[in-house]
Design a protein around this ligand. Structure first.
Ligand SMILES: C[S@@+](CC[C@H](N)C(=O)[O-])C[C@H]1O[C@@H](n2cnc3c(N)ncnc32)[C@H](O)[C@@H]1O
Length: 102
């Protein structure tokens, strides 16, 4: 498997950004951007806090990685979108799926 530099990873994440959710607001970041910080700073079952959560990208990834999530945003309409997006994540990733994310 090819290894990418951090710069290349960032570019790839933005290239994949085209597939983001249809309600994206002006500054949604790619889901891939949250994976490494969440995996390196928390364990399964921990709580991830995003005080500027917007439409909930951090929450979507946190749930997929088996974390709980608290999102705060000044705009209630963004929080409604975040709740819907997070509720649509059905299963956390497990085992070999997680290994492929490292
Ligand atoms: C860069 S966006 C976050 C985008 C988010 N990652 C997403 O997936 O949609 C920053 C967010 O901070 C929110 N915000 C700005 N000022 C705030 C404040 N004082 N308190 C809470 N949220 C605030 C904005 O409404 C905006 O949604």
């Amino acid at each position: 498997m090819r290894h990418f530099s951090h710069g290349e990873e960032f570019e790839l994440a933005f290239a994949r950004h085209q597939t983001t959710h249809p309600f994206a607001h002006f500054a949604v970041y790619p889901e891939d951007i949250c994976v490494r910080p969440i995996l390196s700073s928390s364990r399964t079952g921990d709580v991830v806090l995003d005080p500027f959560s917007g439409t909930g990208t951090t929450g979507v990834v946190a749930k997929r990685l088996g974390r709980n999530f608290i999102g705060i945003d000044i705009k209630p309409e963004y929080l409604e979108i975040a709740k819907k997006r997070i509720s649509e994540v059905k299963e956390p990733l497990e085992g070999s799926e997680l290994v492929s994310l490292h």
